[in-house]
Design a protein around this ligand. Structure first.
Ligand code: PLP
Length: 415
């Protein structure tokens, strides 16, 4: 399914949106993140995949590879620490804390009794647990029935206390809110709801780091066209897409690239929001192999950015995501092999689906001259699921990647 967004605007980044997210706050967040031990020091690679571009009949395909952002395995490592830092700075202004020292663990004694809690499908919870561990506060994570044991263990490894419920994601959100209210804990969620916007805004602002790096890696200039004609962004509640759209829109202004948001068919809350003109709920079962994208409700705050800023919304099948994982892992002839988890490959899956239909490609203005950016948002965060779907372990793909890099056939490529 594909829908052109009737409410998209073609203007400079509106000042009303600057009050929500802006380049200055994104840069400050990036500065702070550069002091966090859980993030790799260098920018994540922007791989150029010429064979894949040829196969898909476009001029260029680049993948921004967030799988190597952090040992935490996903881009979510950029959001939770920023939300936690800004929450603590707001709660204790009198301490005049230094954000970089806070995330480096200099104030551990002060925050021993401070507890944060979140419901999660995996990646956000893992990032929050790791940020809480670094800062020295307590973290409780509520998991719904379908979160795998593998993902639970990955979160528990960062000292988080796990509360497992028998219900679904929405019930885990309710349980987190109940526990927070009963115990005086603070919910640190990546999605917004009425009266709860500061924390999810700060999470989204952290994601701006990805866009800032893309701009540097492509030598892009302010208010000039981007190196890309199209940017594909996978959507759960819409936070990732809002973080990237907001940054690139403010930077490129009216010359911004076209944005396409991709979701699982069963968890189509953003697609439904575009159809209804307001933040809406998904119509499907909200159960997908793309665990990170299996979200039933749009984040209303993210929607404030996405409604005026995104050109197209589309849905894909689980099999499309698996095919894209395999495409990236294969290395397609002489492209670099890349490990992309189920949600990580969804943006590429969207491009692949559109290129299989002349009509849909035309509707999105995709042709042989298009230069497309996709973001691989996660590594093999559930290794056994990855191996089952790709028929190869992530380690084995990474070995082939290392040989590719050592072969000298082609240098690691930026756009
Ligand atoms: C790997 C991955 N990609 C993309 C997303 C989508 O992010 P958002 O829910 O902010 O739209 C998620 C969300 O958990 C995720 O885990």
């Amino acid at each position: 399914m594909l829908i052109a967004n009737e409410r998209v605007t073609f203007s400079q980044y509106p000042s009303v949106l600057k009050n929500i997210m802006n380049l200055e706050q994104a840069h400050e967040s990036r500065q702070w993140l550069s002091h966090w031990s859980q993030l790799n020091r260098s920018a994540t690679p922007l791989w150029n995949l010429p064979n894949l571009a040829e196969k898909l009949g476009v001029a260029k395909v680049c993948v921004k590879d967030e799988s190597v952002r952090s040992p935490l395995g996903s881009f979510k490592a950029l959001g939770a620490p920023i939300a936690l830092i800004r929450l603590i700075l707001r709660l204790w202004p009198e301490h005049k804390l230094d954000a970089k020292e806070l995330i480096s663990g200099h104030y551990k004694e002060l925050f021993k009794a401070f507890t944060v809690i979140s419901a999660t499908d995996g990646n956000h919870g893992r990032a929050l647990a790791a940020a809480a561990q670094s800062i020295g506060c307590r973290c409780v994570i509520v998991l719904h029935a379908n979160v795998s044991l593998e993902r639970e263990q990955a979160i528990a490894a960062y000292d988080a206390e796990i509360v497992r419920i028998t219900g679904n994601y929405d019930e885990s959100v309710e349980e987190a809110a109940r526990l927070a209210a009963t115990n005086g804990w603070h919910v640190v969620s990546d999605t917004s709801y009425e009266g709860y916007e500061d924390i999810p805004r700060d999470v989204m602002q952290g994601y701006g780091t990805i866009a800032a790096e893309i701009i540097e890696q492509t030598g892009a200039e302010r208010d000039k066209p981007s190196a890309f004609t199209h940017v594909f962004l996978q959507g759960g509640v819409g936070g990732l897409a809002a973080g990237i759209v907001s940054y690139l829109w403010e930077f490129h202004g009216e010359s911004r690239p076209q944005f396409v948001v991709v979701e699982p068919k069963q968890a189509d809350c953003l697609y439904q929001s575009a159809a209804q003109g307001k933040a809406a709920k998904a119509t499907g079962s909200v159960d997908s192999v793309m665990a990170g994208l299996a979200c039933g409700e749009t984040s209303p705050l993210a929607w404030q950015i996405l409604q005026p800023g995104v050109d197209y919304f589309m849905t894909i099948e689980d099999d499309d995501a698996v095919a894209a994982m395999r495409l990236l892992a294969s290395g397609n002839g002489s492209d670099i092999p890349v490990v992309a988890g189920e949600s990580g490959a969804a943006g590429l899956a969207g491009l692949h689906v559109l290129r299989q239909s002349a009509e849909k490609s035309k509707a999105v203005c995709l042709d042989a001259d298009s230069r497309v950016l996709v973001i691989n948002t996660e590594a093999a965060t559930a290794p056994s699921v990855y191996q089952g779907l790709v028929s190869e372990s992530a380690e084995s793909v990474l070995e082939r990647q290392a040989s590719w890099l050592n072969s000298g056939v082609r240098q690691p490529a930026t756009a």
